[in-house]
Ligand binder design. Structure first.
Ligand SMILES: NC(=O)c1ccc[n+]([C@@H]2O[C@H](COP(=O)([O-])OP(=O)(O)OC[C@H]3O[C@@H](n4cnc5c(N)ncnc54)[C@H](O)[C@@H]3O)[C@@H](O)[C@H]2O)c1
Ligand SMILES: O=C(O)C(=O)C[C@@H](O)[C@H](O)[C@H](O)COP(=O)(O)O
Ligand SMILES: [Zn+2]
Length: 375
């Protein structure tokens, strides 16, 4: 078992990583709350696969499951309202904790509901996707999508604990593993060239669910995210924004596909990071060979690297720019972009004109890559 601390003064917590973590859920929860009753929010797919194991682990607790539809559309106002109503119907108190059992959708939605119910109650993240284990369950960004775009309504609300049981990954489809890998290699690209090289060398073994490789990737990702979040919890001093590498491009692609299952968040981030590197190379900030190497790496894993691959139209550049205008990093001074001088050397660029991004997007959208390996 690996424990990674997230140091945030009175909001500090620990991430427990390893196989079999759910077996000790009852003892872990007892250390956090006094109540003997706990609501577990999950989705229909995860409920069938992992709810029984969590319920068994929560011995001594009355478990009340709240089961929602699976998929990104659950991360919206309708599901939020229904979830908040249900929690209030259960007469939860501020000192209770609700458990989020699932991927980033369930974690973001449940965390946001916990942040507003009675002006804030506790919650525990039990991530079941690779993406949620390495990214969304850590750091306290919670929220929902709206008609205007991705994650536009939300709150910073830290969980009381994160329990990442690697056994959950046994049932995760390959496409979701690849989506999670995108957020893992992101930490290498942001500031850790050695971890970037490790990712490139171990990606195939990771996708094949090699136990040691998975444990190292999850732990290293959590350490990297914990350090960034501890340095800039609320994204106010240009440090946490680095975790948005590939996301300004990626969120625009997700919005353009209507948040449909055509393009998962991690897939959009993969394409978005390749675009951020290609843009950096076009701006002569980084070597073209380094940007091309990353694009080829994604392709070699059967992952998307170009915006046309999820079916974005060749004339989409102006619409992608319109989506980007809603980005939460935008200020009166403009929209900063996370660019790179090389793999492991990313930075926040505040002087990028949207005209230059639109010209880049038009050129990037003119590339129609060859067919990929199927997931
Ligand atoms: N808060 C953050 O810091 C943060 C970070 C990254 C991503 N996100 C958000 O997370 C969301 C994406 O999360 P995700 O990729 O986990 O998607 P998800 O929550 O939609 O889960 C993906 C799919 O996998 C299924 N699933 C989950 N666990 C499974 C398992 N163990 N076995 C089999 N199937 C399983 C789910 O039912 C779902 O269909 C996006 O909304 C994204 O914006 C948030
Ligand atoms: O935790 C963060 O900070 C991140 O940016 C992590 C991202 O992977 C994640 O997708 C996040 O939800 C995006 O944040 P947003 O502020 O652009 O909505
Ligand atoms: Zn992300």
């Amino acid at each position: 078992m690996i424990e990674v601390p997230v140091a945030l003064n009175d909001r500090s917590y620990r991430i427990a990583i390893g196989p079999g973590v759910l077996a000790s859920a009852g003892a872990r929860l007892s250390a956090l709350v006094k109540s003997r009753r706990v609501a577990v929010v999950t989705d229909e797919t995860v409920a069938k696969l992992h709810l029984e194991r969590l319920t068994a682990g929560l011995s001594g607790f009355e478990v009340i499951p709240i089961i929602l539809p699976a998929g990104e559309t659950t991360k919206g106002f309708a599901a939020l309202e229904a979830l908040v109503d249900r929690l209030l119907e259960l007469e939860v108190t501020r000192s209770d904790a609700v458990i989020a059992l699932g991927g980033g959708v369930i974690g973001d939605l449940t965390g946001f509901a916990a942040s507003i119910v009675k002006r804030g109650m506790g919650f525990v993240q039990v991530p079941t996707t690779l993406l949620a284990m390495v990214d969304s369950s850590v750091g306290g960004k919670t929220g929902i999508n709206t008609k205007a775009g991705k994650n536009l309504v939300g709150a910073f609300h830290q969980p009381l604990a994160v329990w990442a049981d690697l056994d959950c990954l046994q049932s995760l489809p390959e496409r979701e593993m690849k989506a999670g890998y995108a957020e893992i290699v992101k930490y290498g690209l942001i500031s850790d060239p050695a971890f970037y090289e490790w990712c490139l060398a171990n990606a195939e073994r990771l996708l094949a669910k090699d136990a040691q490789v998975l444990a190292h990737a999850v732990a290293q990702s959590c350490r990297a995210k914990a350090a960034i979040v501890a340095a800039d919890e609320r994204e106010t001093n240009d440090i946490r924004a680095l975790l948005n590498l590939g996301h300004t491009f990626g969120h625009a692609l997700e919005a353009e596909t209507g948040f449909s299952s055509r393009l998962l968040h991690g897939e959009a981030v993969g394409i978005g990071m390749a675009q951020a590197l290609r843009f950096s190379a076009a701006a002569k900030l980084m070597r073209k060979a380094d940007a091309d190497r990353f694009t080829r790496h994604l392709q070699s894993l059967g992952m998307m690297a170009w915006p046309r691959e999820p079916g974005i139209a060749a004339d989409a550049a102006p619409r992608l720019i319109a989506h980007m205008r809603q980005d939460k990093k935008r200020t009166a001074e403009g929209l900063p972009f996370i660019l790179a001088r090389g793999p492991g050397d990313s930075f926040l660029a505040k002087d990028v004109s949207l005209q230059s991004v639109e010209a880049f997007l038009a050129a990037d959208l003119s590339v129609q890559p060859a067919a990929r390996k199927a997931a």
